[in-house]
Design a protein around this ligand. Structure first.
Ligand code: FE2
Length: 454
């Protein structure tokens, strides 16, 4: 039986779908779980319904993987603010091969209406595609995958008895299920040219640029794409270390984060959500997001913000990824043993040394990494530098790190502010505290506003 797969961050939406579909649908909040179903050749799918603002994975990356695993399965987006058809949205829907957009409040039956379900398709079992059916330059797709779509998304080929490929269905033409059922009598696979699949992947990359740059797309979708790529960079650095290629990759991600942060004033509630999601992501992504807001407030120049403070935020704790005690990045200083604490207190210098030996990062960025826990009044670590020796961007990063620590131990905003005033603000300069307070004030206002809207 072909089953629709729903990926959505809202679990009550998924519960409704499961109940209305009488548990026929596959439903998950995790794109990784969805990916497991998609890559399991025995799972028969009729369609994919995807919420692109889901934070657990990049929707575009998922679609890229889908194009190699299940290119014939129709994809629909569930994204309320994409219901209107405007130029860049249309372009993205085309580039991603999306078959339609739903708001998410439609009954299950309405979601299924665009799928062909009334066809007498032979009940086949999906299995792993055997090597001998693969043809050079083509990708084999089980015929059963074509039954629920309404249009061919690619030029589809069929292999004749002599082994030659003939055009079976043209890209964009309607799927004739009777013809497929007939072909199924002596064929098990249809074929798509690899080059056409690659151009779809290329299109997905172009769609990503459009989504991040055009104001027509919801901030939540942009945030999901940016944060997920930040998470990927961190995971890769944790596994493979850092090199110049990784720095380029991180700079692209920081550029996206900068764009996101620069354009959020007009969208109530999104500032607070970005910071909240950055915090769930990781300390360094939180520091990068927050520091960009402060730089924006202080009107710092973009390149300096990205290359110095942005990169330093991402790389600051790199020496804690693989220590003799394991990964110490998620630990707070009071949780560490005395030996671990000795290492922890040296980590800003160790991180800077590690980066310097593997990359061409500018000295000034290394200085900010080295000083990311120092304080203006010389009470920080590891070298107790302060005053004019402390780089202004390092002071900002240090303050944000202290703030992050407090948010781990206090959940109430009033208590967080009280603790900041008691144990953090006295150690920093009035200019940096003023900028920090102004950004924090805006985030809290935005949080209150979004809770009122809800
Ligand atoms: Fe650190």
């Amino acid at each position: 039986m072909n089953r629709p797969l729903f990926i959505h961050s809202n679990s009550s939406f998924l519960e409704r779908i499961l109940s209305e579909s009488q548990a026929q649908a596959l439903a998950t909040t995790s794109m990784l779980q969805a990916l497991q179903w998609v890559s399991n050749p025995e799972v028969q799918l009729s369609a994919i319904f995807l919420n692109p603002s889901d934070m657990s994975f990049s929707a575009l990356r998922f679609l890229e993987l889908l194009s190699s695993q299940r290119p014939a399965i129709p994809v629909f987006l569930i994204e309320a603010s994409l219901a209107s058809q405007v130029e860049n949205q249309k372009k993205v829907l085309e580039l991603t091969h999306t078959q339609g957009v739903f708001k998410g409040d439609e009954p299950f039956a309405a979601l299924m209406e665009s799928l062909k379900t009334n066809i007498d398709s032979p009940d086949t079992v999906r299995t792993k595609i055997p090597d001998h059916v693969q043809k050079t330059g083509y990708s084999a797709v089980p015929i059963g995958d074509f039954f629920t779509g309404s249009l061919y998304l690619y030029n589809i080929f069929i292999q004749n008895k002599q082994g030659y490929m003939n055009l079976f269905g043209q890209n964009g033409s309607p799927i004739d299920a009777t013809l497929i059922a007939k072909a199924m009598q002596d064929q098990t696979y249809l074929y798509i040219k690899e080059e056409e699949l690659s151009s779809v992947r290329e299109g997905l990359r172009n769609a990503r640029t459009l989504i991040l740059e055009s104001s027509e797309f919801p901030i939540s979708w942009k945030t999901a794409e940016t944060m997920v790529s930040a998470k990927n960079i961190l995971n890769e650095m944790k596994q493979a270390g850092v090199n110049d290629q990784m720095i380029d990759y991180a700079q692209t991600m920081l550029g996206d984060l900068f764009k996101l942060v620069s354009k959020i004033e007009h969208d109530a509630g999104s500032l607070h959500k970005i910071i909240d999601q950055a915090k769930q992501c990781d300390r360094s992504v939180f520091c990068a997001s927050y520091s960009m807001l402060i730089c924006k407030h202080l009107k710092f120049e973009k390149t300096a913000t990205l290359e110095i403070l942005g990169l330093a935020s991402i790389l600051q704790d790199i020496s804690l990824f693989k220590t003799q005690f394991g990964d110490l990045t998620g630990m707070q200083s009071h949780q560490l043993t005395s030996e671990q604490l000795i290492l922890y207190q040296q980590h800003p210098a160790l991180s800077a040394d590690l980066i310097a030996s593997h990359t061409d990062i500018p000295q000034v960025t290394l200085q900010v990494v080295r000083q990311h826990h120092e304080r203006k009044d010389k009470t920080g670590f590891p070298s107790r530098v302060g005053g004019n020796q402390l780089h202004p961007m390092a002071e900002i990063l240090s303050l944000i790190n202290s703030y992050y620590d407090i948010t781990l131990n206090f959940s109430d905003d009033a208590a967080i502010i009280q603790e900041l005033q008691r144990s953090v603000f006295p150690h920093y300069s009035p200019e940096v505290i003023a900028a920090f307070k102004s950004v924090l004030g805006n985030i809290l206002k935005d949080k209150i506003h979004s809770s009122k809207v809800l």
